[in-house]
Ligand binder design. Structure first.
Ligand code: PMP
Ligand code: GLN
Length: 378
């Protein structure tokens, strides 16, 4: 067969997690918790199954769950989304991203994105015949140069992809970014795909600036969320998309043929679990404690910390240690020191290497402590 994605190999998360397992290393590479998700949530899934909720859910998702998502979105962002027409439950954020891009990108449409970027955006754009126009952002602050974004816009620009809080850089969009973005898209036929899977992981008392908060942006945005990320259960692959009805109508046309509907008992459980807002309002504190503990540990090492405003990733540079390429150093750290990280060059399509490694701190404190002990030897 002629490959549709000839450049695509095994992704870096799979590669590093496998290497970590092979060498019995502490795995701070792929982003997932090493602790138990809520037993209450598991019990709710169990109860839903035992109550007989084991057949197809409605295509757009269980009404009770969409209702709870609407309540949460209004409470957090002051935005009213109609559960019937503007919310769809998906099999994780990855499926939602792919569905959103397939629903609106036509051949030769241009899509602006920023690198480093999570790996699932560009392939979806390419598969639809779209053209990725990306800007490479630089450490330490990875600021978006909006004047350069403006220069990238043509009459073929169809979408801008944003991700805040950001994987892998842990940056968040500021109000100034929002203002620049709003000015940029005004009177333009440009959609926004906003990957907000880390919406609850914003630190130091800052607020998550969801596209949902701003009517001019919200009207053109497909917003993606992930219950796997939010509720420490990445293996569940549950998420959702918010979009205005005209966009959601197109989204659902793809969704119904891609998966039709998603896991029924988990939707029942999540609908119930979301009723207690503490389940998500406590998350910034929970993760900030891990972030601070991990950063304090890393400060004793020869790694240099980059800022971390959100998400559960801490990046470091290592110029005081070696001039190896980030991929080589990540492999050596895993094999020789027993700590696995993600080399951030993997998030740039051209492999830009600024000697940055990303550690995931969604781990038990003891795991982070062992990792720091080992990193002290580097
Ligand atoms: N977007 C970003 C930025 C992510 O880091 C991840 C996840 N791991 C996803 C999307 C995918 O989320 P899910 O596991 O719900 O598909
Ligand atoms: N989002 C996770 C990360 O960035 C990994 C998800 C995956 O393995 N595809 O590490």
């Amino acid at each position: 067969v002629i490959s549709k994605l000839p450049q695509t190999g095994t992704n870096i998360f799979t590669t590093m997690s496998a290497l970590a397992a092979e060498h019995d290393a502490i795995n701070l590479s792929q982003g997932f918790p090493d602790y138990f998700c809520s037993p209450e949530l598991i019990e709710l899934v169990n109860s839903a199954m035992m109550a007989g909720h084991n057949q197809y859910a409605p295509m757009a998702g269980l009404p009770a769950l969409r209702e709870q998502i609407a309540i949460k979105t209004e409470m957090l962002y002051g935005a009213v989304y109609n559960p019937d027409t503007e919310i769809t439950v998906t099999a994780g954020a990855t499926q939602a991203v792919f569905t959103a891009i397939s629903a609106v990108i036509h051949p030769n449409d241009e899509v602006i994105m920023f690198e480093p970027a999570y790996d699932c955006y560009a392939p979806a754009v390419k598969l639809m015949g779209g053209v990725v126009k990306s800007l490479e952002l630089e450490p330490p602050d990875y600021r978006i140069p909006w004047d350069m974004v403006k220069r990238l816009i043509t009459n073929k620009t169809r979408m801008i992809i944003l991700n805040s809080p950001h994987n892998p850089t842990a940056t968040i969009l500021s109000k100034q970014d929002i203002d620049e973005l709003t000015a940029l898209v005004k009177n333009q036929d440009i959609l926004i795909l906003s990957d907000e899977v880390y919406e609850h992981l914003v630190f130091d008392g800052q607020e998550h600036l969801s596209m949902a908060r701003y009517p001019e942006l919200r009207d053109r945005s497909l917003i993606i969320a992930s219950f796997g990320k939010t509720f420490h259960a990445t293996g569940w692959k549950m998420g959702y998309c918010l979009a205005p009805a005209n966009l959601m109508q197109e989204f659902r046309k793809i969704h119904q043929f891609l998966v039709f509907s998603v896991n029924t008992p988990m939707q029942h459980a999540l609908a119930e679990y979301l009723k207690n807002e503490d389940h998500y309002l406590t998350l910034p504190g929970f993760f900030q404690q891990k972030r601070d503990h991990f950063r304090q540990g890393l400060e004793q090492t020869r790694f240099k910390l980059l800022p971390c405003a959100g998400a559960y990733f801490q990046s470091v540079t290592y110029d005081a240690i070696t001039d190896e390429k980030d991929v080589d150093f990540a492999v050596r750290l895993t094999k020789e020191i027993g700590v696995a990280a993600i080399p951030v060059s993997a998030f740039y399509r051209k492999g830009l290497d600024r000697h940055v490694l990303r550690f995931c701190f969604a781990k038990k404190q003891e795991t982070l402590d062992i990792a720091v002990d080992r990193l002290l030897k580097v």
